[in-house]
Design a protein around this ligand. Structure first.
Ligand code: FES
Length: 293
């Protein structure tokens, strides 16, 4: 029991240490500079996962992880060397788009997340190198060396996977940061006032609060569009962003959302913004979030 608790503390100490490791900032900035050269557009949005509504990277990594684990399992079964080699080769091919999607997501995160992400990526790059060496050894008919290298690769990508879990579940990279809104804004069947419509300047984003939930309000003539103000990507304040052509651009990483329905126009965000119903009663702007409560 004591040993288990001790291991958990050690893991936390390592990940916390990485979050605070400012020495990683310089290489992270260099890599970020390279990643940010990828132009905005459909390919970039697709790699973020915009079309499927959540990050693509966790789906893509299933293939290399699955094939590589399978290869090591087959390595203990006699006369399956060719099958193991094929699995390793498939994993290496699948690692390319997985790494591209991960790198794009990583470049649009906070610095503590980038430090952990950099080590996560380094583990996986070393793992790819070990699996490549394993494949070469197998092609040169050195099966024992190939198996040993594959096991070393598996250990390395497992360490990378541990950090990937920390990024996703502790640091909430890729999570929907507006998921809680429907649970904290109260009864979705009741209307709530957010002030006089005349207090809002046409087309200029403003922040109001419904309880403790910040709202983005954009007046449009005699009506208004109201969205959750915290960006679904990493909680950036949309009310400090730019509004134009029926869209709002997050000031932190440039996600673009449609004001009409909150849908993601461009990533890195993948989850839509919650959109409130609005009405104006005697000059007062009222809102409610259908389904909330
Ligand atoms: S917080 Fe990252 S795009 Fe909004």
């Amino acid at each position: 029991m004591y040993g288990k608790r001790h291991r958990m503390r050690l893991t936390t100490a390592i990940t916390t240490g990485l979050e605070q490791a400012t020495a990683l900032d310089r290489p992270a900035a260099r890599l970020r500079g390279l990643v940010e050269r990828v132009p905005q557009g459909r390919t970039r949005d697709a790699l973020h996962g915009v079309p499927i509504g959540h990050p693509l990277h966790p789906m893509l990594v299933q293939v290399p992880i699955g094939t590589w684990i399978s290869a090591s399992l087959l390595d203990v079964v006699p006369r399956t060397g060719i099958a193991s080699g094929v699995l390793i080769a498939v994993g290496l091919g699948a690692a390319v788009p997985a790494a591209a999607a991960g790198a794009l997501d990583w470049a649009q995160t906070h610095e503590q997340q980038q430090r952990v992400g950099l080590v996560h990526a380094t583990c996986n790059i070393v793992g790819v190198g070990l699996y490549s060496a394993s494949l070469i050894a197998r092609l040169r008919r050195r099966p024992l060396r190939g198996r040993a290298l594959a096991l070393a690769g598996l250990a390395t990508v497992s360490a990378g996977g541990l950090l990937g879990g920390h990024l996703a579940y502790r640091q909430a990279v890729g999570a929907n940061h507006t998921e809680d809104v429907a649970h904290v804004v109260g009864d979705g069947s009741r209307w709530h006032s957010v002030g006089l419509l005349s207090a809002f300047v046409e087309g200029r984003p403003a922040r109001r609060f419904l309880g403790e939930t910040p709202l983005l309000v954009v007046r449009d003539g005699q009506r208004a569009r109201v969205l959750a103000d915290r960006c679904s990507h990493l909680s950036g304040p949309l009310s400090e962003g730019e509004v134009a052509d029926g869209r709002v651009t997050c000031p932190w990483h440039g996600s673009v959302f449609a004001l009409d329905d909150g849908e993601v126009v461009h990533g890195p965000a993948t989850a839509p913004q919650p959109v409130f119903e609005t009405r104006v009663v005697h000059g007062e702007l009222q809102v409610r979030l259908p389904g909330a409560g």
